[in-house]
Design a protein around this ligand. Structure first.
Ligand code: HEC
Ligand code: HEC
Ligand code: HEC
Ligand code: HEC
Length: 156
């Protein structure tokens, strides 16, 4: 028995370590974890409770019929207004204008989608912005694209 002491100590240490682990795990795991699967189910309710900021595709129509109609008739018909401007919430709340809607710098915004990149689908209209402007006899400025293209209906 004399020689078993060190084994008892080692086992004791292991038991303490295991207890600490089980207790720490119990307190560290969020309450709703594992309820339905290996995720925290309360996060679903938390996300659902977040304030809606985007108004979606037709949320501008009531107040900006001119821009909406113009866009609908052209190559930008499928774009959401909010993808170039900003979420509806910065501009309108309860049908009232509450703040300015940002207008993007054209050259920068056009480049998000049209600057030539290998990663884009092949058939997608792409230009090397600087070359395209030079080929069309203009010098580059922040709004040069709008001299020949309408932002809402670019082929017009
Ligand atoms: C491709 C990016 C893009 C999209 C998509 C877009 N806009 Fe614009 N918008 C612009 C730019 C750039 C200007 C500045 C135009 C200028 O200075 O002539 C602008 C200007 C405006 C203006 C100021 C008045 C005017 O016509 O110049 C309004 C209002 C507006 N947009 C509303 C809308 C609405 C509503 C939609 C959706 C139907 C929309 N925009 C979609 C880029 C866009
Ligand atoms: C409840 C009405 C209303 C809605 C909805 C609305 N706007 Fe406006 N917006 C206005 C008013 C009013 C102005 C200022 C007068 C004007 O330019 O017609 C304005 C101006 C703008 C301007 C010019 C910059 C500024 O803030 O003055 C842009 C760009 C714009 N709106 C974009 C949008 C876009 C994009 C949407 C949809 C996501 C939208 N608006 C939805 C009422 C509205
Ligand atoms: C959010 C992405 C996006 C932004 C930003 C954007 N475009 Fe477009 N653009 C498109 C899509 C999508 C099409 C339609 C492509 C198609 O028909 O295959 C298009 C089509 C075009 C076309 C017509 C090309 C053709 O086939 O005749 C021109 C010109 C154009 N855009 C210019 C612009 C200019 C100028 C700006 C900046 C004011 C701009 N675009 C900003 C997505 C975008
Ligand atoms: C001086 C006039 C002019 C200016 C400035 C201009 N463009 Fe163009 N753009 C054209 C013409 C004309 C075409 C159609 C012929 C062609 O494909 O070159 C065109 C075509 C395009 C196309 C379609 C290309 C394709 O493959 O179908 C895109 C995208 C485009 N422009 C984006 C832009 C952007 C972004 C800017 C600003 C950096 C800009 N353009 C500035 C005249 C211009």
């Amino acid at each position: 028995m004399e020689h078993a002491k060190h084994i008892i100590r080692a086992v004791l240490l292991l038991v303490i370590a295991a207890t600490v682990f089980v207790l720490a795990r119990h307190f560290a795991i969020p309450a709703s974890y594992g309820e339905y699967g290996s995720y925290r189910s309360a996060s679903v309710t938390e996300h659902a409770a977040k304030e809606t900021r985007h108004g979606a595709a037709d949320s501008c129509a009531g107040c900006h019929a001119e821009q909406v109609d113009n866009k609908a008739g052209g190559k930008h018909a499928t774009l959401s207004c909010e993808s170039c401007h900003a979420p509806l919430a910065v501009h309108v709340l309860n049908d009232q204008k509450v703040g300015p809607m940002p207008i993007p710098t054209p050259v920068e915004a056009c480049g998000w989608c049209h600057q030539k990149l290998r990663a884009r689908p092949e058939g997608f209209p792409q230009v090397v912005l600087a070359d395209h402007v030079a080929e069309n006899g203009e010098t580059m400025t922040d709004s040069v694209c709008l001299e020949c293209h309408n932002a809402h209906n670019p082929s017009e």
